[in-house]
Design a protein around this ligand. Structure first.
Ligand code: DQA
Length: 146
């Protein structure tokens, strides 16, 4: 059974109360509970990790080597400037899919650049919480092809 890790970065623990017009009204706990069911349907397991700290996210990515088959990551604002998280994704060589709840390309100019997407298999943005489910389905398909 494939093991998938979902990493959520800074401020995503505030989902539900954080700018609901942009990010939706569901809490991260609720989104994770729905993903757990989806993972079950897809025949994979899913582990959840959220941190507001760059170093903790990098440590979690490093610790995934040999334990996890695929990664879904919403790096939050780190998307736009964390070369360190980009380098960690590149280093671990685990197929990784980037997700954004909002369509970052419709928003402020500084959100139009992702330094992490080029080292990911692909990026899903603008579909709200559905993006995580789409990413889960995508990563399972990617792993089938490996
Ligand atoms: C986000 C988009 C980022 O620009 C922002 O800093 C976030 C959330 C999204 O999911 O739409 O924290 O990654």
């Amino acid at each position: 059974m494939n093991k998938i890790l979902l990493v959520n970065g800074p401020n995503l623990n505030m989902l539900g109360m954080r700018e609901p017009g942009i990010y939706g009204s569901d809490s991260l706990e609720k989104i994770n509970a729905q993903l757990l069911k989806k993972a079950d349907e897809l025949g994979c397991s899913i582990e959840f990790f959220q941190s507001n700290c760059e170093g903790e996210i990098i440590d979690k990515l490093h610790d995934s080597v040999g334990c996890v088959d695929g990664i879904i990551i919403n790096p939050g604002a780190y998307t736009h400037y964390s070369i360190a998280i980009r380098d960690a994704i590149a280093a671990i060589k685990i197929p990784t899919i980037e997700v954004h709840l909002s369509n970052v390309y419709k928003r402020e100019q500084f959100r139009h650049t992702s330094v992490t997407a080029p080292v990911c298999v692909g990026q899903i943005a603008g579909f709200g919480k559905l993006g995580y489910e789409l990413a889960l389905r995508a990563v399972v398909e990617v792993l089938k092809g490996e």
